[in-house]
Design a protein around this ligand. Structure first.
Ligand code: MOS
Length: 730
């Protein structure tokens, strides 16, 4: 039985709150937790496959030009070497998420330093790696590569937003801020590097890979290999983080497939950490100009946000820096423009919360400057500028929780609403200060399919190709199905990450939980309908808990040997066009800044978040904790450093690219404001994954200013930048 629901209307009547099992929303532990921490959950590279060869990717040592010759004979005699694959399909992969379109990089062309150009296959990894180092490659070099976004030509991205006259508003405003803020490039740095094992049995390709969106990845792979989708099975049951870097198929997967098909042997390709940095993708650096014009009460009359990002020539993706700026605050005179500089660094793509991750920290630092000029509390400034409707599109909002997040967060943090002045508190060498920022992240839902089977033995099985990239998909789908079918969590098995299952939406853009959750919900409704029929009651009367119907007969008795199965198909409908939907939040931070070294330590941080229904308090909190941790990295330590001469990435490992570690992350408090957003999805939930990092860095930046008076305009705020901006040095 299949059931298709297109959501054109609000999910006002949602059965989920009337269910009796009582597991949804609770802090249920991940069913995948134990296998993961005991090492029995296999990640892509860990499948034991007999006779598996090892492939190592070879990357370009030039920035721009063409591969003219790959001399396989230079390594074929080395120990263990089986083959050198220099198939043009390796270099011709389609850009992220653009299955069916022409590849941005024509075969054999080199567009950046570190671009994969060949793969060496050997019996062991060490032999392959050794040979890869010795492979002789000749290039024709083009020496006109521009690697600095400030020196490159830029093109406008879309039409932007132009309303009223921002320049005039800035001139006539009582208070205004006009500031340029920059952010550096970022790497997704998932714990599990990109990896794949491909097996070709002459007719069918089975691929274990570390990917976020199998439903799309299978088409991308089919395109790259010029193979029918039906001939491919993609499996990604466990994914050790992706953060956007595994949204699309990248070279390790294509390389493993090409090699397996050519050699008729299974082939594994795992990227080194350096390769993950050098050739998967980067978050673009940004330069952002913020112009805020306010009246005497701090109400915005003008709002300008212009940003320059970069990408390779021909690539479509542009870091959507202005995404939440479009609707977060009022201001009738608006100018929002995004431009893309064309440069020869590796492809820029989605890295955790593309857009808001860097746009919000800039906007929220500028808002702090405005609050100071107006002379009001920064929380109050935000409260006064929450618009009734989308200021440019004039659309209503779905559930809007910014005000609640701001006030509840401030209260829980113990925010001092008194007049704020920098350099008021010192402990020994350390200046102490506080800062805050709003959080916002657009909400997305997408089409999703899942099969739910209530088995005759009284257990349930949920099947979809949806992935769990560490976010908690296994847990929330277990809870949803358990709640709807009246089963405890240990009676529900969730089977994910296999393209043989109904197609899910994949994990990306924080749409996973709301989308696949809605598909499972829809499937469960269909199963319940059949259970109700068997029980001789209406579906509304049907009450299921602990495997019993109406606290009487067991489901096993009722089913009498026959499974009940349904495939749920959820699709967002008209409401996604008619409303503006976003998750909201607020961050509060206390920092200490060393007056001599400029070092910043975060003393404590609090985030409050509203995103509709909380499906699992534990995994949602974990997502937010992760977001705050990313915020600390963005604020203080993370930044890609490119050599200005040839654009090669200089800090391409975790020793040189500094993600925050335990000692950098203090006690973090997370407030989840459980709510219901009937316009967001069938289960009244919105995405939370990325929300936790959208703006958090500004709370730290604003706290640095409050502590020591240093208004640093470039993220990350490393000690040298803080020292230079201290009042005595500025
Ligand atoms: Mo996300 S950056 O869409 O995984």
């Amino acid at each position: 039985m299949n059931i298709h629901v297109k959501q054109d209307e609000a999910a006002k009547e949602c059965r989920l709150d009337d269910m009796k099992q009582g597991i949804l929303g609770r802090d249920v532990s991940r069913p995948d937790g134990l296998p993961k921490v005991t090492g029995t959950a296999p990640y892509a590279a860990e499948y034991k496959i007999d006779g598996c060869l090892e492939g190592v990717i070879v990357t370009s040592t030039i920035v721009k030009g063409e591969v003219t010759n790959i001399d396989a004979s230079s390594v074929l005699d080395m120990p263990g070497v089986e083959a050198v694959i220099d198939d043009p399909r390796l270099t011709a992969r389609a850009a992220q998420g653009t299955a069916g379109e022409a590849p941005a990089q024509p075969a054999r062309k080199v567009g950046y330093f570190g671009q994969p150009v060949a793969v060496v296959v050997a019996r062991t990894f060490e032999e392959a790696r050794d040979a890869a180092k010795h492979l002789k490659i000749e290039y024709r070099v083009e020496d006109d590569a521009i690697v600095d976004p400030e020196e490159a030509d830029a093109e406008a991205q879309g039409d932007g937003t132009k309303m009223g006259d921002l320049a005039e508003a800035m001139n006539s405003a009582r208070h205004s801020v006009d500031v340029v803020i920059t952010t550096e490039g970022h790497n997704s740095a998932p714990m599990e590097p990109h990896a794949a094992i491909a097996e070709w049995d002459g007719d069918k390709l089975t691929v274990h890979a570390s990917l976020q969106m199998l439903n799309y990845n299978i088409s991308e792979l089919a395109d790259s290999l010029d193979l029918d989708e039906e001939k491919i099975r993609l499996i990604a049951r466990y994914v050790g983080g992706g953060f956007g870097s595994k949204l699309g198929v990248s070279e390790e997967t294509v390389a493993a497939c090409v090699a397996a098909m050519e050699l008729q042997r299974p082939v594994r390709v795992v990227m080194s950490r350096q390769q993950v940095f050098q050739c998967v993708m980067r978050r673009s650096e940004t330069r952002q100009r913020l112009r805020l014009a306010a009246d005497e009460d701090g109400k915005l009359i003008g709002f300008g946000h212009e940003a320059r990002v970069s990408n390779l020539p021909g690539e479509e993706f542009a870091e959507p820096v202005l995404q939440s700026s479009e609707f977060l605050y009022r201001g009738e005179n608006r100018l929002l423009e995004l431009e893309v500089a064309r440069i020869h660094r590796m492809t820029a793509g989605s890295v955790r919360a593309p857009g808001e991750a860097v746009g919000m920290p800039a906007l929220e630092a500028a808002m702090d400057m405005l609050a100071e000029k107006v002379g009001i509390d920064p929380v109050e400034l935000r409260l006064r500028n929450i618009p009734e409707r989308h200021p440019a599109k004039d659309l209503p909002f779905t559930d809007h929780s910014l005000a609640e997040c701001l006030t509840k967060g401030a209260e829980a943090f113990g925010w001092d609403k008194g007049p704020r002045k920098p350099m008021q508190k010192r402990e020994g060498e350390w200046w102490i200060g506080t800062g805050m920022a709003s959080a916002a992240r657009v909400h997305n839902v997408s089409e999703a399919k899942a099969r739910v089977t209530l088995k005759a033995d009284g257990t349930a099985l949920v099947e979809t190709d949806m992935t769990d990239i560490g976010t908690g998909t296994y847990a929330i789908l277990t809870q949803l199905a358990g709640e709807m079918l009246g089963l405890p969590v240990d009676k529900v098995l969730v089977d994910l990450g296999d393209t043989n299952h109904p197609r899910g939406p994949g994990s990306g853009g924080s749409w996973g939980a709301a989308s696949i959750g809605s598909a499972v919900f829809v499937a469960c409704e269909a199963v319940r309908k059949q259970v109700a029929e068997k029980a001789g009651v209406s579906e509304n009367e049907l009450s299921l808990s602990d495997g019993r119907v109406m606290n009487g007969a067991t489901l096993t008795d009722l089913l009498d040997g026959a499974d009940i199965s349904a495939e749920g198909h959820y699709e967002p409908g008209a409401i996604s066009e008619d409303y503006t939907a976003s998750g909201f939040g607020a961050f509060f931070a206390e920092v200490r800044v060393n007056r001599y070294t400029g070092e910043t330590r975060v003393n404590r941080m609090l985030g409050s978040f509203g995103f509709g229904r909380v499906l699992n308090a534990k995994t949602a909190r974990s997502q937010c904790l992760g977001g705050v941790t990313w915020s600390i990295g963005l604020a203080l330590t993370e930044g890609l450093k490119f050599d200005p001469r040839d654009g090669h990435l200089a800090n391409c490992d975790l020793a040189e690219y500094h993600v925050p570690v335990n000692r950098d992350v203090p006690e973090v408090e997370i407030l989840l404001l459980d709510g219901r957003d009937p316009l967001a999805s069938a289960i009244q939930a919105k995405g939370v994954g990325e929300l936790g990092m959208c703006g958090g860095a500004a709370a730290i930046a604003n706290a640095i200013y409050n502590a020591c008076g240093a208004r640093v305009l470039d993220y990350p705020m490393t000690p040298d930048r803080v020292i230079a901006a201290m009042p005595e040095n500025a």
